[in-house]
Design a binder for this molecule. Sequence first.
Ligand SMILES: Nc1ncnc2c1ncn2[C@@H]1O[C@H](COP(=O)(O)OP(=O)(O)O)[C@@H](O)[C@H]1O
Ligand SMILES: [Mg+2]
Length: 139
Amino acid sequence: MITNSAEETMLIAEKLAKGLKPGDIIALSGDMGSGKTTFTKGIGKGLGVKDSKRINSPTFVLIKEYSGKIPLYHLDLYRLDTLKEIENLAVEEYIYGTGVTVIEWAEKIKCLLPEKRILVKFKVKGGTKREVVIEDFRD
Ligand SMILES: Nc1ncnc2c1ncn2[C@@H]1O[C@H](COP(=O)(O)OP(=O)(O)O)[C@@H](O)[C@H]1O
Ligand SMILES: [Mg+2]
């Protein structure tokens, strides 16, 4: 689908979040500035994270945890260069935890992710237009 503003992208995410359960994984991919973090904010809002507006891409940490009706684990792998680094992060603890896990730049750890995930791909279509494609591979 096409979204025309950051607000619209957040609404799409918020709607998706309503159907999420603990253990769900949302793998985000797309260029810098395409809307991954914006989408994550919308997920946080939908999960009942207080102050979901403060969800951002962490500069120094790769993982941030937010409490909500369901906890949100937000991973941003932008700075990740090798799979070895991710192994050191023990990502599995998050992925198989009791919260919803949202991963930016998820394509970097494709081989570590379970197949039962939700894929969301972002493309900048110029100005504030973004194409968002959601594929749900859960049961
Ligand atoms: N339709 C849109 N969807 C999402 N973000 C948008 C849209 N239009 C403009 N923007 C802006 O683009 C930027 C997207 O940044 P961000 O969500 O941090 O992207 P990423 O995490 O993919 O690098 C934000 O400044 C946001 O306000
Ligand atoms: Mg980001």
